[in-house]
Design a protein around this ligand. Structure first.
Ligand SMILES: [Zn+2]
Ligand SMILES: [Zn+2]
Length: 270
């Protein structure tokens, strides 16, 4: 039995027919907006439980780009280097960069033989999307999303994408994952009901779906209480009853007419 059905039975057990008619008339006034003081309960929040439901994401962001999960290298650069030395009588020298050519970041290794970054160079200049290995001569794509950009400080702990600076305020910087296919975002999306999914298309900012990290620009020990100025009078030490104090405060409120009385009474108790 629904709670409404149970409530109707309860009403019938407590009220007469005449009283129930009065209740119905009162409820009709509310439904037809004739009662300015009573409005039906807004069930928007019940229908949209995730609307403005802002919570702190439990995982901290990564501060270094993780290594991409590439297929295992097919060759071993150490073996190739050893073979080179045997054949040529000297070790293979690392890449000699021109002053203007871009450097390969330290965390990138050859996708084929695992050779470190000093044996790699960009094959397409400033585009920096394609790398060539000097050891095994393999050509492979630079996985841009894992590269540490100049401005990148944090990475999403769920999808490893670089977080972008979403909001910058004096006291806090908010970083956000912008990957639409981030597993964290998809999981949050799946929790939305159909009504929320429709509303999220119009008011996406009101649903917290993407991973966020808030970096506050102060330490906990720097937080101090906002303290009002010390009062000149300690009300705990007055000698008269609280109703006299109430009277004085009333005179303060009533302005000029009460001034002589309030001064007189204040002198009595302080
Ligand atoms: Zn290689
Ligand atoms: Zn993510």
């Amino acid at each position: 039995m629904s709670k409404i059905a149970r409530f109707i039975i309860w009403i019938c057990s407590k009220f007469t027919k005449n009283e129930i008619e009065q209740i119905i008339a009162g409820l009709l006034d509310v439904l037809e907006d004739r009662n300015p003081e009573v409005k039906p309960k807004d069930d928007f929040k019940e229908k949209h439980p995730h609307y403005r439901d802002f919570s702190v994401d439990p995982l901290a962001p990564l501060t270094e780009p993780p290594q991409p999960k590439e297929p295992l290298p097919l060759k071993d650069y150490k073996q190739i280097l050893a073979a080179y030395k045997l054949t040529h009588g000297k070790p293979l020298s690392p890449v000699k960069y021109r002053a203007t050519s871009p450097r390969v970041p330290q965390q990138i290794v050859c996708a084929c033989c695992n050779a470190p970054h000093r044996y790699l160079y960009y094959n397409d200049g400033i585009k920096r999307t394609q790398l060539r290995c000097k050891v095994c001569h393999a050509l492979f794509q630079a996985n841009k999303r894992f590269q540490k950009g100049k401005k990148t400080r944090y990475y999403c702990p769920y999808c490893h994408h670089a977080l972008f600076t979403w909001k910058q305020k004096k006291e806090v910087t908010i970083y956000k994952c912008c990957n639409d296919t981030c597993p964290h975002r998809l999981q949050k999306m799946n929790k939305l009901n159909e009504r929320e999914k429709t509303l999220a298309k119009k008011r996406s900012s009101q649903f917290k779906l993407s991973y966020q990290y808030r970096q506050y620009h102060y330490q906990p020990h720097e937080l101090t209480h906002a303290e009002p100025g010390q009062p000149t009078v300690d009300l705990a030490k007055i000698y008269n009853a609280p109703d006299i104090l109430g009277l004085i405060l009333t005179f303060y409120e009533t302005g000029r007419r009460g001034r002589p009385c309030r001064t007189c009474l204040a002198n009595l108790i302080f």
